[in-house]
Design a binder for this molecule. Structure first.
Ligand SMILES: C[S@@+](CC[C@H](N)C(=O)[O-])C[C@H]1O[C@@H](n2cnc3c(N)ncnc32)[C@H](O)[C@@H]1O
Ligand SMILES: Nc1nc2[nH]cc(C(=O)O)c2c(=O)[nH]1
Ligand code: SF4
Ligand SMILES: [Mg+2]
Length: 258
């Protein structure tokens, strides 16, 4: 089943490529920095192009200013295999925008990798995924005129209209092991999280344990996380959800390829 097909687009200014290629922004070996697998050595494949525009996006060159090389799926698999890892993360941008992400996931699955997909949860695709790491975008992510990193809020209504797709969220939760990972900018986010969790729980037959709900502090740099991480840790204790660090930021700050 494909939900929200009308949102699928390729990055601006690129000819539509056919065949077996994907727009790849970067491919690197690091430690999983976020979520229930934090600390696990992992190869990251980052596609370019996104259907949303979070004002805080830490992968600016996949969303606001998409930048990539087109790579054949075979070449991506070869490069993944050149690293000594059992875990692969497919991220972006929004990796599930691209039909060919399914082909890549099929190939990685055949090679026996544990596969995590990092997604904003607006698009469902039938693919082999061991852990779907869903990060639904809250109202506080919307690039309003004041928060827009690039213009005067031109993306705000499009982002707002597309950021939640309950049907896709429920399908992702129903079909895979999952974590729901919310980026927290301040305590007001909790009202919307509680409401959205109620809606997802009503739409799915799967149980969503509180331990599968992760609160992640917003911040691209150590300095920014210094402002948010303690508040988020306290919110996790208050609500009974799980706190997730951003280990890569703690270790390497905002260095590319980490
Ligand atoms: C760049 S996104 C790519 C995957 C997908 N588009 C998504 O948003 O889930 C990877 C992860 O980084 C998170 N993220 C992006 N910018 C962030 C920031 N400034 N602080 C904390 N987390 C951030 C996203 O919520 C998501 O969990
Ligand atoms: N180390 C590291 N861990 C991550 N987990 C999710 C990431 C992402 O950007 O999706 C990410 C990332 O960019 N780096
Ligand atoms: S959905 Fe993910 S990639 Fe897209 S703008 Fe938001 S954080 Fe960035
Ligand atoms: Mg990242």
């Amino acid at each position: 089943m494909l939900v929200n097909a009308e949102n699928i687009e390729i990055p601006d200014g690129e000819p539509r490529r056919s065949g077996n290629s994907l727009p790849i922004n970067e491919l690197f070996y690091s430690l999983q920095g976020e979520g229930i697998l934090a600390g696990v050595p992992t190869v990251f494949v980052r596609t370019s192009g996104c259907n949303l525009r979070c004002w805080f996006c830490d992968s600016y060159y996949t969303s606001w200013e998409p930048n990539h090389s087109w790579m054949e799926i075979e070449g991506v698999v070869d490069e993944v295999q050149s690293h000594d890892a059992d875990h692969v993360v497919l991220t972006g941008g929004e990796p599930l925008l691209h039909e060919n992400s399914v082909r890549l996931l099929d190939e990685l699955n055949k090679s026996g990798y544990h596969i995590t997909v990092e997604t904003n949860g607006t698009i469902y695709r039938d693919a082999p995924i061991d852990l779907v790491s869903i990060s639904p975008k809250l109202a506080s992510s919307t690039p309003t005129e004041k928060k827009d990193p690039q213009g005067d809020g031109e993306w705000a209504s499009r982002h707002e209209n597309n950021r939640i797709n309950l049907e896709a969220l429920a399908s992702l939760v129903d079909d895979h092991e999952f974590q729901l990972k919310f980026v927290i900018t301040d305590r007001n986010d909790m009202v919307e999280i509680e409401e959205l969790l109620g809606e997802i729980r009503a739409a799915t037959t799967s149980r969503i344990a509180d331990s599968a709900v992760l609160l992640m502090p917003e911040g691209m740099t150590r300095e920014q996380l210094d402002e948010t991480r303690k508040i988020v840790a306290e919110l996790a204790m208050e609500y009974g959800y799980r706190y997730t660090p951003r280990l890569h930021v703690d270790l390497w700050n905002d260095e590319p390829g980490t």
